[in-house]
Design a protein around this ligand. Structure first.
Ligand code: HSE
Length: 438
């Protein structure tokens, strides 16, 4: 069979990695795919030829639109990132009957519904394994490996940069900005690193996972998103004293009322495997009814780990491009006419446990006032630490863990506690998940 001809858009970190992996493992890949997969054209505004041996054997230009119109190309690999012109390029490629492989989570999370509808109409595939958790084959696992199950929830560390920052803060007491600069230099961080630290990148990935798990349309705009910028070294340390680690988690859960879709810093028991996923590594924990919990771990960013997922998609597309489009794996795991309109829950309606840290006057009755407000709000306390006041100060840090309660009830209680004269400043609130199979 003739080799599949691929046009590569972007020769940055992931584009370069894809070029190198495909070239290095060409023989092994062809044995798996049943035919060769050859990058014949690439488009890049700038690239470093020194790191790309063999790049001079293909046609490299700077016009990405020329590639999506080129009739000699079978598959377009979009590794430019961002919303535009990536969206327009992908839609043009689809309109021209080309299959698409992309690592672009922002594009899939925000425009995936439109892109998949166009692809279905044209009978082409859009593969996006590299869009979630880099090299971990989590899309394959959720979309194909777990099809027997009713998936109950997914919790993931799905941003390597954020995990690297939290790990370095905990282990080495390093500054936030200093660690972020290192993640940028290593090529892990997004072009706009606020996407990493504010949780937007994780929210893109979570929106995709939720669609695959529950068979719902992509709804990135409904993800509740909170970053890690307000987490202090004290919080990391107090959490540790209580037997927890703070991780920036994406959580999606099917409840009787709707689907939870949220990204925020989260305390998790340190005995959970996922609590011990450190540095730039990612992990996704999936709770499903038949198999129980399964955990997927690996590199969530970087040139070759992400290329591993891109090339796996290329092999999948090469194998199935001759298959009747009705018999391919659906883009969102469920048949497009069987997607469900389950509502997404407002954050106010989500139920979880909490870590609270506040600063209060060191005088009689203060703790009683605080616990009375929590008790009157139906909030049960699981643990409390009160620290000695620092030398010469009259304020003491108080740390509490609560049992599960609706977010709205917790917000009301926090406002009441903050209004007490004996409580100084605002309360730090971090959500907490036990991640057992309850
Ligand atoms: N900026 C992302 C991360 C890259 O740090 O995880 C992979 O999507």
């Amino acid at each position: 069979m003739k080799p599949v001809r691929v046009g590569l858009l972007g020769l940055g970190t992931v584009g370069g990695g894809t070029f190198n992996v495909l070239r290095r493992n060409a023989g092994e890949i062809a044995r798996r795919a049943g035919r060769g997969i050859e990058i014949t054209h690439a488009a890049a505004r700038e690239y470093e030829p020194a790191g790309l041996p063999g790049i001079d054997t293909i046609e490299v230009g700077d016009d990405a639109f020329a590639l999506v119109e080129n009739p000699d190309i079978d598959i377009i690999v979009e590794l430019i990132g961002g919303y535009e012109p990536a969206r327009e390029l992908v839609l043009r490629a689809i309109a021209n009957g080309k299959h698409v492989v992309t690592a672009n989570k922002a594009l899939i999370a925000t425009h995936g519904n439109e892109i998949f509808a166009a692809a279905q109409k044209q009978g082409v595939m859009v593969a996006f394994e590299a869009a979630v958790a880099g090299g971990i084959p989590i899309i394959k696992a959720v979309r194909e490996g777990l099809t027997a199950n009713r998936i109950e929830w997914i919790a993931g560390i799905i941003n390597g940069t954020g995990n690297f920052i939290l790990t370095e803060m905990r282990d080495k007491g390093r500054d936030f900005a200093d660690v972020l600069a290192e993640a940028q230099a290593l090529g892990y961080a997004e072009a706009d690193p606020t996407f990493d630290v504010e949780g937007i990148d994780a929210a893109h990935k979570l929106a995709i996972l939720a669609s695959l798990a529950f068979g719902i349309p992509l709804q990135f705009d409904r993800v509740y998103t909170e970053g890690i910028g307000h987490i202090t070294r004290d919080d990391v340390s107090y959490a540790g004293q209580l037997g927890y680690r703070i991780k920036h988690l994406g959580v999606t859960r099917r409840t009787g009322q709707g689907v939870e879709l949220r990204v925020h810093p989260t305390l998790i028991p340190e005995k959970r495997l996922i609590a011990n996923v450190d540095g730039v590594m990612n992990a996704v924990l999936v709770q499903a009814d038949a198999v129980g919990p399964t955990l997927y771990y690996g590199a969530g960013a970087g040139a070759e780990p992400t290329a591993s997922a891109v090339v796996a998609d290329l092999v999948d597309v090469a194998r199935t491009m001759t298959v009747d489009s009705e018999n391919r794996v659906p883009h969102l795991a469920f048949q497009p006419d069987s997607l469900s309109n389950l509502p997404i829950l407002d954050m106010d309606d989500v139920e979880t446990s909490y870590y609270l840290r506040l600063c209060a006057a060191d005088e009689p009755g203060v703790m009683a006032n605080i616990t009375r407000i929590l008790g009157d709000s139906g909030i049960s306390i699981e643990a409390v630490i009160q620290k000695e006041p620092p030398e010469g100060e009259q304020q003491v840090p108080i740390i509490m863990l609560t049992r599960r309660v609706r977010e709205q009830q917790m917000n009301t209680a926090i406002r009441q506690i903050e209004s007490l004269a004996s409580v100084q400043g605002t309360i730090t609130r971090i959500r907490m998940e036990h991640l057992g199979n309850e």
